[in-house]
Ligand binder design. Structure first.
Ligand SMILES: Cc1cc2nc3c(=O)[nH]c(=O)nc-3n(C[C@H](O)[C@H](O)[C@H](O)COP(=O)(O)OP(=O)(O)OC[C@H]3O[C@@H](n4cnc5c(N)ncnc54)[C@H](O)[C@@H]3O)c2cc1C
Ligand code: SF4
Length: 471
């Protein structure tokens, strides 16, 4: 099992509710951090650095820890990734930097994530301000959505002297770092401290403002020189089975959100919980339910263990927390009594040959239905795309791929040269992660800068908006 998720601390009978939702890993002490940093070989052409989507200079930041320059170490991290404190906690390091560390084969890879956390926590605790707002250059950029992609783009642009206004529909900024990533991996305060850092660079974050509803895209295109769209994805989609309206059927993201910003003692949970889906959201919901005190938590997935989208270390983590898995099982109805969930009717599945995407197609086994007793069903089968935003942007010439916003890979520019996009809303294929969203924001900021201030011949400045007629 990956060391990152060794089940060392969770013993429900020993811990209070609050303790069970404390950050999972203890921070490294100074002695531990220096000892770990001294194991690093400071490789030339370091593979760990190449594996980091934001290309943090990992050997240099580790060397600085080894020589006692923690302040300089954090600067190195934040220069490449403004959200380095979040990424230190949430990055799937096992498949990125630590997975590529040359020491992985023979010994133990360097604990890069924990060292990064050590340095960025130091910077936060000592309230070190590394960056200043750049000299105003007269350009204005609107950022739609204050999640990792939006914050990264906004912060980088502010450093270059742009006037940046970020519109966020939720009451708090930070996106899924604030609302969606399970609290024992990332406490809300870490995300909010990064929001504060971006605000201190001069970025104005207007929370409680939904673009498309409270503010029009047309107005942003008129009033700003460029617009960066980083709206992420929406709610968990419906299962499309009978019984979804019953009390005790929950949206997985709302369930996680309660543990992030609500009072733990007030959260209602079932004793026998079925979680539907097998991605990282499902794993988070299942482990949260266990830590709240649910006796039996079962993840129900229609394909097999080999196809499950959750990272392997997350799967092992969930098993270590006492979560059960029911593979090749498809829910077909939620059964209720007096308006409340009482069971989940399922059928067994078989896998046929792969479809075009390469995944084997699940098909029901005849007469295999059965009822799994439960008093709570948590839906965790992914997130809906914001089709209304994609549809609206099409009026300005922005193209889409499978409901995601289509962008140029290097610049994150859409087919409309004034509109850029990044983060989960462009992730039409492959995995999505915080660090990828941060890198999108960085790339978009660089491309916006190249297009505006760095290019005096630019033709995409504040011009009246033209829309294409609706079809
Ligand atoms: C449960 C869960 C667990 C995860 N765990 C991990 C993990 O451990 N590690 C990892 O690397 N990644 C994880 N991810 C993925 C990661 O959180 C996302 O890839 C990342 O947050 C994407 O950033 P973003 O800025 O594109 O979107 P988001 O973080 O979703 O932010 C988008 C923001 O836009 C706002 N918005 C939406 N519409 C509008 C509008 N019309 N007007 C104004 N604002 C709007 C939203 O409110 C939100 O704040 C997880 C995701 C989920 C769902
Ligand atoms: S690959 Fe491992 S040993 Fe080499 S620089 Fe990166 S962390 Fe250090």
């Amino acid at each position: 099992m990956a060391e990152h998720y060794k089940p060392v601390r969770y013993k429900a009978w020993e811990l209070t509710l609050e303790e069970r939702f404390q950050e999972y890993h203890e921070p490294l002490s100074e002695r531990e951090a220096i000892a770990e940093a001294n194991r690093c070989l400071y490789c030339f052409d370091a593979p760990c650095m190449a594996a980091c989507p934001t290309h943090i200079d990992i050997p240099t930041f580790i060397k600085k820890i080894a020589t006692g320059n923690v302040r300089g170490s954090a600067r190195k991290i934040l220069e490449a990734n403004l959200l380095g404190a979040s990424c230190a906690r949430v990055c799937p390091v096992e498949v990125l930097c630590e997975g590529s560390c040359v020491l992985r084969a023979d010994h133990k890879p360097i604990s890069i994530g924990r060292l990064q956390r050590y340095a960025t926590d130091y910077a936060c605790q000592h309230k070190i301000k590394y960056f200043e707002r750049g000299k105003p250059n007269g350009f204005k950029v609107a950022v739609v959505g204050a999640g990792p992609a939006g914050l990264s783009c906004a912060g980088e642009l502010a450093k270059l002297g742009y006037e940046v206004v970020c519109f966020e529909k939720k009451p708090l900024a930070g996106g899924l770092d604030t609302y969606g990533i399970v609290v024992f991996r990332e406490p809300v305060e870490v995300s909010l401290s990064e929001v504060k850092m971006v605000e201190e660079l001069g970025v104005k974050i207007k929370t409680g403002v939904a673009v498309g509803k409270d503010v029009k895209f047309e107005d942003l295109l008129c009033d700003y020189d460029a617009v960066f769209v980083a709206v992420g994805l929406g709610k968990v989609p419906d299962l499309g089975v009978a019984g979804e309206e019953l009390a005790g059927v929950l949206d997985g993201l709302e369930f996680i959100e309660e543990t992030k910003i609500g009072k733990l003692a007030d959260i209602k949970f079932g004793n026998r919980v079925c979680v539907i889906g097998a991605g990282n959201t499902a794993i988070d919901c299942a482990t949260i339910a266990r830590r709240l005190g649910a006796q039996r938590v079962t993840i129900i997935y229609r394909r097999s263990e080999a196809e499950m989208p959750a990272y392997h270390f997350e799967y092992q983590f969930a098993m270590a927390e006492g979560v059960s898995f029911m593979f090749l099982t498809q829910p077909v109805e939620i059964i209720g009594k007096h308006g409340k969930v009482e069971g989940l009717k399922c059928v067994r599945m078989d896998l046929e040959d792969p479809d075009q995407s390469g995944r084997r197609i699940p098909v029901p086994v005849l007469n295999s239905d059965f009822v799994q007793p439960c008093d709570m069903v948590i839906k965790a089968i992914g997130q809906k795309k914001y089709s209304e935003i994609v549809f609206k942007l099409a009026e300005f010439g922005v193209r889409e791929i499978n409901g995601y916003i289509a962008v140029d890979d290097d610049t994150k520019r859409t087919a409309n040269p004034k509109i850029f996009a990044g983060g989960d809303c462009i992730r039409s294929k492959g995995e999505a992660s915080t660090v990828m969203a941060v890198q999108d924001g960085k790339l978009a900021a660089a491309a916006i800068h190249k297009q505006l201030a760095a290019d005096p011949a630019c033709t995409h400045k504040r011009t009246p908006v033209t829309t294409q007629p609706k079809k």
